[in-house]
Design a protein. Sequence first.
Length: 154
Amino acid sequence: EQKRKLFHTSVYESEVQLKKLYIQTCKRLPCYGCKVYQVKELLRGKTKKKTARLLGLGPEKIVLLDTKTKILAKAQNTIDLLQWRTGGGRSHDRLQLEFRGSRWQLAVPSPSTMREVGLALWEILQELDHSSTSFLDNVSLLFPPSPTRRTKGL
């Protein structure tokens, strides 16, 4: 029904309007503007099941997509990322992303991919830090540095 209505609108009469509609549709996709990496999500529970996912890292959002269907599994705003840790686990292939209110446990397939993910996260945070509101300053307000201990005689 809706397709029939759209087909008879003026959008389909103009090539320029069709291109604009296509671009708008692309911008609504979950991974638009993201760098995408293949990872495995470590699901909680006793089975320690791993599920294949696509990790999308972007300046506005961080998403996990189902590898087969490309359906959005999880999403968080990048600004809600508090910290990330790399290199955990027996084979040092673990990546942990900690957000306000949730934590994602992932396994990365190779050390080179781990480096790329870490670099992408660092670049995104640097980009956010150079925006009008300083992201890194806001995070440091949430987690103020611990007072340094002074040693005697110094």
